[in-house]
Design a binder for this molecule. Sequence first.
Ligand code: PLP
Length: 422
Amino acid sequence: MYLRKDLNPLLKMKDISFEAQLLHTPYDKEDAYRALAMPVYQTAAYEFDSAEAMEDAFCGRSAEHAYSRITNPTVQYFEDCIKNITGASGVTALNSGMAAITNVLMNIAWSGSNVVTSPHLFGNTFSLMKSTLAAFGVESRFCDLTNMDEVKSRIDENTCAVFLEIITNPQLEVVDLKAISSVATAAGVPLIADTTIIPFSAFKANEFGIDIEIVSTTKYISGGATSVGGVIVDYGTFDWSRSPVLKSWAAQAGLNAFTARMKKEVHRNIGAYMTPQVAYMQTLGLETMQLRFEKQSASCLALAERLQTLEGIVSVNYTGLKNNPFYEISCKQFGTYPGAMLTFDLASRAACFAFMNRLQLIRRATNLFDTKSLAIHPASTIYGNFTEEQREKMDVSPCTIRLSVGLESVEDLFHDIAQALM
Ligand SMILES: *Cc1c(COP(=O)(O)O)cnc(C)c1O
């Protein structure tokens, strides 16, 4: 059976399951050899038949590829797969999650604008907002995003976005997305979310009012930590006509203004596009993402429950646990299995170091959602370059261990943790 649109127009992609849509996303053009796996177009440039065809491509009148900093067929295929399964209006793949976040903010911010966000952010995102963007006159307003009155009071006419992470790491705080989305919408501000912690298959960002979704594809999507990458998913739900930097784009592209400027100006100027080899690996990873997520997140919940019984563990933090303060909102937004990452607290920083050093199966490494389980002590690593006072403000405790649960059995992981606590 052909699922390619051009060969069988009767079969509509939206009538088939998520998995089938993903696996059978059509190529933009038929491959010369009918390759079943998308070939890696490892080329910097593309040749044209005539000066006219070249002019058309460079001036945006045709969709031909010209240069791989701007577009590449393999990367575009990866973008098309994500577009297909999310129903987004535009997807841009970059060479890291941080590049995706930076490109988004460069696309919407201006000198004198501000971003309303939380101090509970991934370390580099916090540093980007606090230091890198501040030098360009973009202010970051760190506040409590679970308090809607506070959010409202921090938004003003120069706010270019409300930015959040759907489950913060390592604090595991969950914001009521529909509530914050209605606050942002009422103020005419887009809601931008880093959704890295739950894959698209299990969390539909646009159903919760997220206008722009950002994912570090290094995590679930790369499929076994093969490569670093990031994507920007634009749902075409925000009216950019009042944005000083996007209004001229909105006049031409309407609701697609964000992606139009991203593709035609910002991402090509910054030059952090995903590379074809990475897009190839990440497309393979994307195909098995949901399967891995189901197993890893179910193991994570089972492990979270069992770890609570271990002597030496002071507390276990996972929003899928019934005693967690965010349990209800987490279930509403993310279902029974809110990701494959948990944290637990030990008595002291020294106890954490001793624990880390005794691990035998679980690897001492950063990264999330690898097929292997990984443990890290966030305060001394990801947040190691912040001051004690900054860490306190960010609620990064010296007693916390973060665990990313892989594909090993729960039994094996439990035993490794139990023996490392001895
Ligand atoms: C890892 C991570 C990032 C950064 O992604 P890179 O691919 O490492 O650049 C951003 N946000 C969250 C929530 C992450 O876990």
